[in-house]
Design a protein around this ligand. Structure first.
Ligand code: CA
Length: 423
């Protein structure tokens, strides 16, 4: 049987070459449909969701404990480990192949197990155990450093030696389509003598990828590169909404707090690490050489195209404000996970690691409005007479991402969020 990543595989379901969900992808999500049944686990294929609970009940998927796919979260499935993930993906691939009759020729089963995506509601795909946000794009860290500390002190002395991060809030990680209320907080513009409390005036997005950790590690234990990699279940696109003015006043000396705690949006489908394997690529050269525990024996970056669209309330369509690539990240997701556990910090099933804002070397590759508008000094024109430095109420932000194969793409769907007024 050919591997589920084989570019030649075709499904009996028609999938357009520009669809995010060909048979080579098979991302997992949680959905409910018009049938009124509880939220459960499904896989995206073309314009359909394959209901895994339906297949599990019919004994067509053997994952061990019965009922993991009847849950409103991927956590019980993820807890079963990488061998089960791989075996299950291979079986789902087989069931969807054009040359495999089991589902293809069973009209009744097809009607029950394949739900048009247009008829489903997508939910948070997993229960977020903990959320950690990194700061691992050298271009992003340099841009921000130049803005606030000048060219000569752009990178802090620790930055080239470890993936910098902070512990964020799991409680406000939300799925695409969730409206985001403009946060309130303490503001102290440089000219003001004292702080005041009110709605954020410099609301921003950050384009990131999120790593979904599918296996736990023990408190006190370090991880090798291989162990860390095998704990990664998959990836989502992540918008780390940021209140720049709140952040500027609060971040000394412990880092961001309320400026990042009000919302983090993710895309609804978790694309497995295995599906991204054909797109593995070498990241930027690391100089100085990382300490031994952070050294990588293999490339751990991915060639993954990313785009951000911004639509002001008055516009019909979003305008692309950033086109970049995940491959630019200086510290890889594997290095982030190794570093996260290096003190003896235990990792849990369902932990989410934000990559940090993904900016590239070019101007059009900047992954936040802070950089795009250069701290509010260079407004971006979205349409005739519509300019932005930061986000206004009613603005909608859409992030998309995909790996381009030969005649197909392994994509993530989108993460969308619209800004609601603070009051
Ligand atoms: Ca961030």
């Amino acid at each position: 049987m050919s591997h589920p990543n084989d570019p030649k595989l075709r499904s009996f379901i028609d999938v357009a070459p520009t669809s995010d969900f060909p048979i080579q992808n098979l991302p997992y999500g949680v959905f409910s449909s018009k049938d009124g049944l509880a939220s459960r686990v499904g896989v995206a294929i073309g314009d359909y969701v394959l209901d895994l609970w339906e297949l599990e009940q019919g004994s067509r998927l053997d994952v061990g404990p019965l009922g993991v796919f009847s849950q409103p979260s991927l956590n019980p499935f993820m807890a079963l480990g990488p061998k089960v993930w791989s075996k299950t993906r291979a079986r789902i691939s087989e069931l969807l192949r054009s040359d495999h009759p089991e589902l293809r020729d069973n009209r009744e089963l097809r009607a029950r197990a394949l739900v048009p995506t247009a008829d489903v509601k997508l939910h948070m795909p997993f229960a977020v155990a903990g959320y950690t946000d990194f700061y691992s794009s050298k271009e992003h860290a340099t841009n921000v450093g130049v803005m606030f500390r000048g060219k000569d002190n752009a990178l802090q002395p620790n930055w080239l030696h470890m993936p910098i991060g902070y512990n964020g809030r799991a409680s406000t990680v939300v799925v695409t389509g969730t409206k985001v209320r403009r946060p309130r907080g303490q503001l102290k513009p440089p000219a003001a003598e004292l702080p005041s409390f009110g709605p954020c005036k410099r609301l921003d997005f950050e384009l990131e990828m999120g790593v979904v950790v599918g296996q736990a590690s023990a408190m006190g234990e370090m991880l090798t590169e291989k162990q860390a990699e095998e704990m990664i279940f998959g990836f989502v696109i992540l918008n780390d909404w940021s209140a720049r003015d709140i952040q500027q006043w609060e971040y000394v000396p412990l880092g961001p707090f309320q400026a990042k705690a009000f919302a983090t949006s993710i895309s609804p489908w978790v694309v497995t690490r295995e599906a991204l394997e054909p797109f593995r690529t070498q990241g930027p050269a690391q100089d100085p050489t990382p300490l031994a525990y952070l050294k990588q024996a293999q490339p751990n970056n991915y060639d993954l195209v990313l785009e951000v669209g911004l639509r002001a309330g008055a516009m019909n369509d979003a305008r692309t404000v950033c086109s970049t690539n995940f491959k630019y990240m200086y510290w890889s997701s594997v290095q982030q996970l190794v570093h996260h556990a290096s003190s003896g910090c235990a990792m849990n099933v369902g932990d989410l690691l934000g990559s940090g804002t993904i900016s590239g070397p070019e101007k059009h590759q900047r992954g936040s409005l802070l950089e795009i508008s250069w701290n509010g000094t260079e407004p971006v024109e979205l349409a005739d007479g519509v300019k932005r430095t930061f986000l206004e109420d009613g603005d909608s932000l859409v992030m998309r991402g995909w790996c381009q194969g030969d005649g197909y793409r392994v994509g993530f769907g989108e993460v969308e969020g619209t800004v609601d007024a603070a009051e």
